[in-house]
Design a protein around this ligand. Structure first.
Ligand code: SF4
Length: 63
């Protein structure tokens, strides 16, 4: 079983979409096997600032 992303608790994307656990971001990234591909996680790991609205696939959340 895939482990949850270690940034999950503090991640705004998780907070926004965790009410829908079947959501594609949650399912394939935050709790799935694509989390190492997550654009947010990659920036974090590189010690860079993560834009608030950045989505796992590198696009931006529409508000
Ligand atoms: S959006 Fe990315 S950084 Fe945030 S919890 Fe999901 S996989 Fe982790």
């Amino acid at each position: 079983m895939t482990q949850d992303c270690k940034y999950l608790q503090k991640c705004p994307i998780w907070q926004k979409f965790s009410t829908s656990l079947s959501h594609v971001w949650i399912k394939s990234y935050c709790q799935g096997n694509k989390q190492d591909l997550c654009a947010r996680k990659k920036l974090k790991e590189a010690g860079k600032e993560v834009p608030a609205l950045l989505l796992p696939n590198g696009s931006s959340l529409d508000v």
